[in-house]
Design a protein around this ligand. Structure first.
Ligand code: IMP
Length: 425
């Protein structure tokens, strides 16, 4: 089986754990988009891994991990990730493959992200400042880019960096009155990146197609969440890649027809980091309760996440545009202790009710959630292994979500560990 796992909300749904579980049955795990803005948490025994660029399968010693063309690679973060795993005796030698065509995030991208956000003041997007937007913008612009394969030719790279840095310095000085950055310093860093990362760098598209022909099973791991998709999310408060499953074929060169199952990951409530409309947001005691109980603070930036009720309109949209077959619902345990729960089942926009998510900021910001209220439960769920052993109200909550989003929920997460997962099929 080949699977593709994607988040169906605004990211942080718990994809890392789902990918880690499915990776047991996969030969290869592929990250196909985004960059070090992602933060996938995987807990193995007593060790907790916060992965930013390495696929979540990297903690399993026999899994081949691919970082494909669509990813923007921050070499500093990647090297740190490799070293962190090595400290825990997990080696990536011979099983990490990085695309020679993946674009490289360099210091000037991060600087540009920060300068732009600062200059936007209260209109800022709330990015992770990891240089993601500027690197993808350079990719689309084509003239000033460094790809992983460019690290091979030192002489050509040095000349390229001189041109790029001169261009960036002019823009940063004119727009932000920023100090100049040195091309030599970036070039020296690139030589270190080359020494460390070129042994892993290949044509990953060729590798993936040969693997498919050889009958290997592949797990495609999405980053961020569907509502952060550049084309189909809540623009402009989105990331700069296609974070729905629609980004998978373009991001790794494998047609979607090779995927047997698209699995969507959701949380039992909704969170969002950064700015942008969020109809079911609870900026109140309930939101704070969820934030504290669910430890809803960013893995990458540490920012408190905005929290709200489960939004079935938003998730049903992710299901529809992602071609989702089944769903993993995480963090059900976080909701224990709330007397009543609300589920957003429709929006009212200018007095008209809709169940189709408007991915247009002007319309979405007018959306008023239409809630239904269901009973909560007080029991701790973290030791439950069987769906039938969940409190009846928790079972009903899961079944009601299934009805509203129109897809079966086949995994239920009741805690961060691998073992705290209820399998329904
Ligand atoms: P960027 O991807 O750093 O440019 O940030 C753009 C928006 O996407 C911001 O609102 C970020 O908070 C959000 N974002 C990016 N990556 C993630 C993620 O992995 N989880 C949740 N939000 C994210």
């Amino acid at each position: 089986m080949n699977y593709c796992v994607v988040g169906l909300q605004w990211g942080d749904e718990g994809k890392g754990k789902v990918v880690d579980i499915l990776a047991e049955h996969s030969d290869i795990v592929v990250r196909y988009g985004g960059g070090a803005n992602a933060g996938h948490t995987v807990i193995v025994g007593d060790s907790r891994f916060a992965l930013h660029l390495l696929p979540s399968g990297s903690v399993r010693p026999d899994t081949i991990c691919v970082i494909s063309n669509g990813v923007v690679v921050d070499p500093d973060v990647l090297i740190k990730g490799i070293n962190t795993l090595a400290e825990k005796d997990i080696s990536l030698d011979g099983r990490l493959l990085i695309s020679e065509n993946a674009h490289v995030v360099l210091d000037y991208h991060k600087q540009e992200d920060q300068l732009r956000e600062e200059s936007l003041a209260k209109n800022k997007l709330g990015t992770t400042i990891r240089g993601i937007g500027p690197c993808y913008a350079d990719k689309v612009g084509r003239s000033y880019t460094v790809r992983m394969g460019d690290l091979r030719d030192t002489e050509a790279l040095e000349a390229k960096l001189q041109t790029i840095v001169a261009y960036k310095n002019k823009i940063f000085a004119a727009l932000y009155n920023a100090e100049s950055i040195g091309a030599d310093e970036i070039f020296e860093k690139c030589k270190i990146y080359a020494a460390k990362l070129l042994p892993f760098t290949i044509d990953t598209t060729e590798f993936l197609h040969k693997s498919i022909a050889g009958g290997k099973s592949i797990l495609f791991e999405g980053a961020q969440g569907s509502l952060l998709d550049l084309d189909h999310g809540t623009f402009p408060f989105v990331t700069s890649s296609n974070s729905t499953s629609l980004g998978m074929p373009a991001g790794c060169g494998v047609p979607a027809k090779f995927v047997d199952k698209f699995i969507g990951v959701i949380k039992a409530y909704t969170t969002r980091v950064g700015a942008g409309p969020f109809p079911a947001e609870q900026d109140n005691e309930t939101g704070q309760y969820i934030r504290d109980k669910g430890n809803e603070y960013g893995t990458t930036t540490g920012r408190p996440r905005r929290c709200g009720w489960f939004d079935a309109v938003a998730v049903a949209y992710g299901v529809t545009i992602g071609g989702i077959d089944e769903v993993a619902l995480m963090h059900l345990d976080t909701l224990s202790g709330l007397e009543e729960l609300k589920i957003c089942k429709a929006y009212k926009i200018n007095g008209e009710e809709t169940t189709f998510f408007p991915a247009n900021e002007a319309r979405l910001s007018l959306a008023k959630p239409v809630y239904e209220t269901v009973p909560g439960w007080s029991e701790d769920l973290t030791e439950v292994n069987d769906f039938q052993d969940l409190p009846v109200d928790a079972q009903n909550y899961v079944r009601r979500i299934e009805e509203l989003i129109g897809k079966p929920i086949t995994f239920v997460g009741v805690g961060p560990k691998r073992s705290q997962t209820i399998f329904r099929q």
